[in-house]
Design a protein around this ligand. Structure first.
Ligand code: TA6
Length: 301
């Protein structure tokens, strides 16, 4: 990343001290967003929101202190963008889990200072020779985020090909919590789910979710908002969504955390993923020229 590249970005998309492009970890280009409501950091690597902190509050998103910041690797924490498939590739295990855009470099397409002093940034990635080798379709994918006292994120998929395609995806959000033993996740009571820790058995959620062991669940047919109640931080994080009928809840717990290089051994205690997803029965079929928007809004109540 050269200084001239940063200069060009700041000249074209910078907004005073509200939006500044700079060199971040691993030499990645990051957009530092700051306004009277909150602050956030977004990496062009992966179109990845790395942090979000409302003014006078603790960070809402969690980022691993062991995260890779390397070309070709996903950042661990924040909001990884999983696309155009979720988890393992449906037929080819050699292809990267959660798709290829989270380890690719996106470009900036728009920035804006809004009347209420909130800040908007839009990033873009489209098909290339590299992507076609992994997935034979022409596309445009945009990550449109608006920072106010809440963080609103839209993942906009457009089929720019002359044939239809199916795509799955996720805003794979990692939340910062006081301790995994202090939280309850509400909003999925009574929902059907696939328990990936129990051989994919299908179950029904009974009451609020408390995490006491490795948890990896795909909740189906749910448009519900979720709330993470944290008795340690005395706060509630809400996650509302649009364009999604699937929610995933994940915590790797001790063994899985120990197996992951980019995840500190004890870090599972301080994070939980509540993800806004299109997967399983909710994979999206897009005709040529059509667009789908997966949207998540995160904040404190
Ligand atoms: O979203 C939950 C999940 O699919 C889990 O199965 C787990 O693998 C997690 O994502 C993290 O995946 P990653 O490829 O980032 O290590």
């Amino acid at each position: 990343m050269s200084n001239s590249e940063l200069e060009k970005l700041n000249k074209k998309y910078g907004i005073g001290d509200q939006l500044i492009f700079s060199e971040g970890p691993g030499g990645f280009i990051v957009a530092e967003m700051r306004n009277p409501h909150a602050e956030a950091t977004v990496a062009l690597h992966g179109g990845h929101i790395m942090s979000f902190r409302p003014r006078d509050h603790e960070p809402v998103l969690w980022l691993s202190s062991n995260s890779h910041f390397k070309t070709g690797k996903a950042i661990r924490g924040g909001i990884p963008v999983c696309w155009p498939w979720f988890a393992d590739h449906p037929t080819d295990q050699d292809k990267p889990a959660h798709g290829f855009v989270r380890a690719a470099v996106w470009s900036v397409s728009e920035s804006e200072k809004l009347e209420d002093e909130s800040t908007r940034l839009k990033l873009l990635i489209a098909d290339s020779e590299e992507t076609i080798k992994l997935w034979p379709h022409r596309f445009r994918l945009e990550m449109d985020c608006t920072l106010s006292d809440v963080l609103r994120v839209k993942l906009i998929s457009t089929n720019t090909d002359n044939k239809p395609f199916m795509c799955a995806g996720a805003l794979h959000s990692y939340f910062n919590i006081s301790s995994i033993s202090n939280i309850l996740i509400k909003g999925l009571e009574g929902c059907r789910y696939i328990d990936k820790v129990d051989q994919g058995r299908r179950k029904i959620q009974d009451g609020a979710i408390s995490v006491k062991s490795e948890t990896d669940r795909i909740y189906l047919d749910t448009k519900a908002d979720c709330i993470i109640e944290d008795s340690g931080m005395q706060r509630r994080i809400f996650i509302s969504k649009n364009g999604s009928r699937t929610t995933v809840v994940w915590n790797p717990w001790i063994d899985k955390a120990g197996e992951m290089q980019d995840f500190g051994d004890g870090e599972y205690k301080g994070m939980v993923c509540v993800e806004t997803v299109n997967a399983d029965t909710d994979v999206i079929s897009l005709a040529p020229g059509n667009t789908h928007t997966l949207e998540s809004t995160i904040g404190l109540i």
